[in-house]
Design a protein around this ligand. Structure first.
Ligand SMILES: [Zn+2]
Length: 300
């Protein structure tokens, strides 16, 4: 297991959260047949999502991230829960763009910059919190720094990285978020600014074999570890979930599924699990839908 490590440092004026996600991103790669740049893009968002959801005490609380920058990889969606469950998907899993100048995978180009980064925090309340910002570079780390500054008024350093082997397997992945606590003094701000200039990319530390604890202690001598939180790939889809989804499609589409196809097969986009619906089950969904709509009709 590779927990998210939560720490504080510099006399409790910064909070640091770090995680190694090599195995988590490798699981996503195998599920979605990710090519290197798609793997790096989705892996970076999954890594930030895992760290963001680590703030929840409620195991069912959920952080949902949606990114679309108009680039060839399409939308990236990540769901992460307080209990450590995480799932994600990317519009086009087969992007392999390489930036000759930097010698790195071109995540910025794959994601694009003509779009948004949206975060929804669902605590089971009626109105989930939601924040949205324009994408800055499409490189994910910078975009989240911007999101934290604008939407959550929290100055943050976000470092995420994914290294991919030549056989497309994930070599190293991880992330680090450093957040200044309210009223952080000038020395803390200076220390963090210097750190940003000198620290290595997260994926390099992970590739060198450092654990998240060791990375935190390398960056902050006085770091004090507060907590560990698990994160693992899990899709919470179910037949019930897709029954609800079928009830929401247009009545005529549902009728044509019954009359023409006599069955339906739905594949979960996150985990590729397939759910089969018999004609009788579809009829039941239609009857329920009609009953609900009639009731709404009478009430209005
Ligand atoms: Zn699923």
């Amino acid at each position: 297991m590779n927990p998210i490590v939560i720490a504080e440092a510099l006399n409790k004026t910064v909070k640091i959260r770090a995680v190694k996600t090599t195995e988590l991103v490798e699981t996503a790669r195998l599920k979605h047949d990710l090519y290197p740049t798609s793997a790096a893009a989705l892996g970076r968002v999954m890594t930030v999502g895992s760290i963001m959801a680590s703030e929840w005490k409620d195991p069912e609380a959920k952080t949902i991230i949606e990114i679309n920058g108009g680039g060839p990889c399409g939308s990236i969606i990540v769901h992460a829960k307080g209990n450590g469950e995480l799932k994600g998907l990317i519009g086009d899993p087969h992007i392999y763009l390489f930036n000759e100048q930097t010698g790195k995978l071109d995540v910025g180009k794959a994601v694009g910059t003509n779009g948004y980064l949206k975060v929804m925090k669902d605590l089971g309340l009626k109105e989930p919190f939601s924040g949205i910002v324009n994408l800055q570079s499409g490189e994910i780390g910078d975009d989240f720094s911007y999101y934290f500054a604008i939407s959550e008024q929290t100055p943050s350093v976000v470092s995420v990285g994914v290294l991919v082997n030549t056989d497309y397997s994930i070599k190293a992945a991880g992330g680090l978020i450093i957040q200044l606590l309210p009223d952080a003094p000038e020395e803390t701000i200076e220390y963090v600014e210097n750190l940003v200039k000198t620290m290595k990319p997260m994926s390099t530390y992970i590739d060198e074999g450092l654990t998240p604890e060791e990375i935190i202690k390398t960056l902050f001598e006085d770091a004090n570890i507060l907590e560990y939180k698990e994160v693992y790939w899990h899709c919470d889809c179910s037949k019930e979930h897709f029954k609800d989804a079928l009830a929401l499609i247009d009545r005529k589409d549902l009728v044509s599924l019954i009359e023409e196809d006599h069955e339906a097969e739905i594949t979960c986009q996150y985990c590729n699990k397939t759910y089969h619906f018999e004609e009788a089950e579809l009829k039941e969904i239609l009857e329920k839908k009609d009953a609900v709509e009639n009731r709404e009709h009478l009430n209005s």
